[in-house]
Design a binder for this molecule. Structure first.
Ligand code: BGC
Length: 446
């Protein structure tokens, strides 16, 4: 096998999020989040699974940091549960909740692992949802106050910050499709949510700059490159529109200070104006230090006039491989995406803040042979390498995920981890991919 050596300062990490791993949903004064409410209501989640216990990381974080140390992980991306530190979303601070994150950061630093904090990975305090959640502009000030509390408490030790994880999913899965918490099905609300999320991102970046904190701040976007199935004009247009919907709706305001033209016009006609303030786009468009990209797959698009959403149909290529999520394995998409961002949007550093795959892992004699995951990661690392060779300033790579966890609407039925979790006993087992990744990190090459 050829050797691909990564730059000396390249960092390899793993990622998780609070609701997906912590459990302890009502321990030590934590307030409820919209995901507690959503999972506790029957019929929303596969098998009616909940994150009540999840991986019990809240009580086992020391063991988890040890495992990361064993794997030689350079950096760990996790999120803070807003209602764990502010049970009502604002006002009174839950000291025990805050202490958990301080302890986690200390433990990571002791193990020589750089902590990376995401402020929002979907577990909004239910109390704030009761007032309209992200659809209510007041949230901007509550989010900034929450972020400021965390800057003050952890800012001496944490040097990399991510404002929001995947605003697309928050807005459109949570508020238009309704298959995620809070389960609202209203596209106009979703558009307002998307805008308020971006404004909140901008205000937190501004706060970070005003406080003169040392470190870097960015955002993580789920980006899915779209390809048209044929060269036919209708297919090309459908692919372009899907690109505006998933990618452009967030990339354009952040890097160009405007929403994409075509879709903006369509939305305006259909839903009317959403609430914006005069300087919002300037605020959203301010400089960030890096762009976080979460990449899983691509979309192959065909025009089908019978379909509701502007005739956009995503099609499968039978001859290609798919993961357990039924997502096409398409490493070239990562390369194309990185080049596109670097050429058409920005030349700031890029971090892959998530990439990974779910497979049907089986534990046999305490061993998990997940060669498909190794193959998936290898091919994507290779695309990343190729992008680096072509001048993309890619600096870090975080595998999703450190461990199997609560996969949102799919509950525990999908396993993304490098570490296998036996959900009954909460025992952890390193999969073959974890041992393989350890070697990649050690050699800084594939
Ligand atoms: C999210 C993760 C999720 C993963 C796999 C991303 O959209 O940030 O929370 O588990 O994809 O679906």
């Amino acid at each position: 096998m050829e050797k691909y050596k990564f730059p000396q300062d390249f960092r390899w990490g793993t990622a998780t999020s609070s609701y997906q791993i912590e459990g302890a949903y009502n321990q030590d004064g934590k307030g409820l989040s919209i995901w507690d409410t959503f999972t506790h209501s029957e019929g929303n989640i596969y098998n009616n699974d909940t994150g009540d216990q999840a991986c019990d990381h809240y009580n086992r974080y020391k063991e988890d940091v040890k495992l990361m140390e064993k794997m030689g992980i350079n950096s760990y991306r996790f999120s803070i549960s807003w209602p764990r530190v502010l049970p009502n979303g604002r006002g009174e601070v839950n000291k025990k909740g805050l202490k958990f994150y301080k302890n986690l950061v200390d433990e990571l630093l002791k193990a020589n692992i750089e902590p990376v904090v995401t402020f929002y990975h979907w577990d909004l305090p239910q109390k704030l949802q009761d007032e309209g959640g992200w659809g209510n502009r007041d949230i901007v000030k509550y989010f900034v106050n929450y972020a400021e509390l965390i800057f003050d408490e952890l800012g001496d030790k944490v040097k990399t910050w991510i404002t929001i994880n995947e605003p697309f999913v928050v807005a459109f899965h949570g508020n238009s499709r309704g298959d995620h918490a809070p389960g609202i099905k209203n596209h106009k609300v979703a558009l307002q949510v998307a805008h308020n999320l971006l404004v909140s991102h901008g205000e937190v970046v501004k706060k970070f700059r005003n406080k003169n904190l040392d470190g870097d701040i960015g955002i993580s976007l789920n980006l899915t490159p779209t390809y048209s199935f044929t060269d036919k004009k209708e297919d090309v247009q459908a692919a372009k529109l899907l690109d505006e919907y998933i990618n452009g709706w967030f990339l354009d305001p952040i890097f160009k200070g405007k929403y994409p033209d075509k879709l903006s016009n369509i939305y305006l006609k259909k839903y009317g104006k959403i609430n914006k303030k005069k300087n919002d786009l300037e605020l959203i468009n301010q400089d960030i230090d890096f762009l976080g990209i979460n990449y899983y797959s691509r979309a192959l698009v065909k025009y089908n006039p019978e379909l509701k959403f502007y005739g956009i149909e995503t099609v499968k290529r039978k001859e290609n491989d798919y993961t357990e999520m039924d997502w096409e394995i398409y490493p070239d998409g990562l390369y194309d995406l990185l080049i596109n961002i670097n050429h058409n949007y920005t030349d700031i550093p890029i971090f892959i803040t998530e990439n990974g795959a779910a497979f049907d892992d089986k534990i046999i004699n305490k061993k998990i042979n997940d060669s498909k995951r190794i193959k998936y990661l290898y091919s994507h690392f290779k695309s990343a390498y190729k992008a680096l060779q072509n001048g993309v300033p890619l600096k870090r790579y975080y595998v999703w995920s450190l461990m199997d966890n609560f996969e949102w609407a799919y509950g525990y039925s999908k396993r993304f981890g490098l570490i296998y979790i036996d959900y009954k006993t909460k025992k952890r087992f390193l999969k073959d991919s974890a041992y393989w990744y350890k070697k990649v990190i050690k050699n800084n090459s594939i």
